[in-house]
Design a protein around this ligand. Structure first.
Ligand code: FAD
Ligand code: SIN
Length: 535
């Protein structure tokens, strides 16, 4: 195979003297649950700037449905939640991180409630639902199936009342500014304001996941892995990028967006059926429809192959109509816009890429391996999920790790009382100008390739093929200098895809969400360890 092209340090050549400059104590990149939680904390004694590439609420958080896992029910305990999380993680959870995040959960949820978050209740008590892998009903929710929207909007309201926080929407962060492994801020671009250099004492990456590198995904368009790519280019260590979680049930209608059908539908009694109408999950797992997600996704895939069909079906017709409509209003609405009445019809579903478990390696204070740079939420790898994430544990992780990152950045600034010292940066990356390239064509080809070769099932031959194709496309995309987000996103997607594929090739075993058909067993002797990756 040809020599691999390492990405250049920056995506653009620049001379900082030609940029507008902004100064802030703490720069936060991303406005989902993690970024906004960090902003609220960091702003207690500092100026904070939140930069986000779309409108403030366009992110994975806003689309989260099922809920938040938290040990608040009278029958449940923090220890139980810790145990379930560790068991799902299949030997790779960072126990200290699980303990810290799960234990802090109840405080953070109570704080959200104090800020006005309205979680669903019955007789004035929070309602708890069960999801796969959780031994207790511990998932709280809002508006039936719109939990993320409630969380996001309460955080936005709290931020808007805070004079220390400024939000720059529609502002694309291109790269981090680092010198001697210390982060001093980031370069961003706004369609009207042009290039901006944002200098900060601390930078917090909260850019979310990278579901968009797959053809089938629950993630919105913004999830292109920019934070993962910019941290890698800046020299940060990334961990366990092979662990991509596939959600078992996404609405599958040609031409429709891949709308998630929450796991709590199965928690409420939903049954999976194949093309012939047969229930199949009990043949694959003792917990049937409530088996962990990796097992359900893999079983659906097998059933699709067996019946030679593009999808399976979710059946909720046995649940009383009124309860169904009240419990899942958003799902009812979306399905009915395609002529599906969930009380009468089967819902066509199939798995799709949902969540990146790996990410930027962080310590217990959300610090990355670059000084003054934190990462929190989905972009970070705290080790909480190990090799498999339990449903509803990531809103919790985002809420808590955002809080931790914001608190530590705030404390550190108070302690050191360091001034912002901007310096001139001139970088000529030796990039060529764009010759004609159909970016959409490359993007769609990449997404199909990732779905085919680095999806739910992987093997050496397909991963190698993917690695070679990505290398080939990178050889003429990565050496170009783009001047808009479409080009930068494609470059980030190519890089992140390469990191996923390379890590997946390295891990020669099956564990959690990483299922290799050529190494079907879990190999604790050689592989009970993390895969670290660094430029
Ligand atoms: P996000 O919420 O994705 O926010 C990332 C932010 O970064 C966005 O604002 C984005 O615009 C910004 N950004 C990215 N790149 C750049 C850039 N270059 N420049 C500037 N800004 C940038 N988890 C649960 O626990 N429970 C659930 O019920 C649940 N349901 C889900 C349903 C769906 C459909 C999806 C997609 C996910 C769901 N998840 C759920 C997962 C969970 O929503 C996410 O893991 C979590 O919200 C991630 O939060 P975050 O703050 O890290 O990232
Ligand atoms: C869902 O509601 O099924 C998604 C929950 C999650 O991803 O944690």
């Amino acid at each position: 195979m040809k020599k691999q092209t390492e990405p250049k340090r920056h995506l653009i050549s620049f001379d900082s003297r030609t940029f507008s400059h902004i100064f802030t104590d703490v720069l936060i990149i991303g406005s989902g649950v993690a970024g906004l939680s960090a902003a609220i904390q960091a702003s207690k004694h500092n100026s904070v700037m939140v930069v986000t590439k779309d409108k403030i609420d366009e992110n994975n958080t806003n689309y989260a449905q099922g809920g938040i896992a938290v040990a608040l029910s009278p029958n449940d305990t923090i220890i139980n939640h810790i145990k379930d999380t560790i068991e799902a993680g299949q030997g790779l959870c960072d126990i200290a991180s699980v303990k810290a995040i799960v234990s802090e959960g109840p405080n953070r949820i109570n704080e959200l409630i104090n800020w006005g978050a309205s979680f669903d209740k019955e007789d004035d008590r929070l309602i708890f639902t069960q999801e796969g892998g959780h031994r207790f009903a511990r998932i709280i929710r809002a508006k039936g199936d719109s939990t993320g929207n409630e969380v996001e909007h309460i955080l936005i309201r709290t931020i808007k009342e805070n004079n220390n926080v400024k939000v720059l929407e529609h502002t694309f962060t291109i790269d981090l500014i680092t010198k001697n492994r210390i982060c001093y801020g980031a370069i961003a671009w706004h369609p009207k304001k042009g290039y901006i250099l944002i200098w900060s004492k601390h930078t917090i990456l909260a850019t979310g996941g990278c579901g968009q590198v797959y053809r089938e995904t629950t993630n919105p368009d913004v999830a292109t892995g920019d934070g993962l790519a910019m941290a890698y280019r800046a020299g940060a260590t990334l961990q366990d990028m092979e662990f991509v979680q596939f959600h078992p049930t996404t609405l599958y209608i040609a031409g429709a967006v891949r709308f998630l059908i929450t796991e709590t539908v199965r928690g409420e009694g939903g049954i999976l059926r194949n093309k012939k109408g047969e229930r199949f999950m009990p043949n694959y797992h003792p917990k049937a429809e409530l088996a962990p997600r990796d097992a359900v996704s893999q079983s659906i895939l097998k059933e699709m192959q067996k019946t030679d069909h593009t999808h399976v079906y979710l059946d909720v017709r046995h649940i009383p109509k009124e309860r169904l409509y009240r419990r899942f209003p958003k799902i009812k609405e979306i399905c009915s816009s395609f002529g599906i009445d969930i009380a009468k019809d089967l819902i066509p579903v199939r798995p799709s890429a949902h969540y990146i478990i790996g990410g930027i390696k962080v310590d217990y204070l959300s610090r990355t391996t670059i000084k003054q740079l934190y990462a929190c939420g989905e972009v970070a790898c705290t080790g909480m999920h190990g090799a498999n994430r339990l449903g509803s544990n990531s809103l919790l992780e985002g809420l808590v790790t955002g809080y931790i990152a914001g608190t530590d950045a705030c404390k550190s600034i108070q302690k050191t009382r360091r001034e912002l010292l901007p310096y001139t940066i001139r970088k000529s990356m030796g990039l060529s100008k764009i010759s004609w390239l159909d970016l959409n064509d490359i993007k769609n080809s990449l997404k199909s390739l990732m779905w085919r070769d680095a999806g739910i099932e992987r093997n050496e031959r397909h991963l190698l093929e993917a690695e070679e194709m990505i290398e080939m496309w990178s050889s003429y995309v990565m050496d170009k200098e783009f001047s808009n987000p479409a080009g930068w996103e494609l470059q980030n997607m190519l890089l992140v895809s390469k990191l996923i594929v390379t890590s997946a090739r390295k891990r020669k075993e099956s564990r959690g969400v990483h299922h290799r058909t050529d190494y079907q067993k879990t190999d604790n002797i050689h592989w009970k360890k993390h895969i670290l990756i660094k430029k």
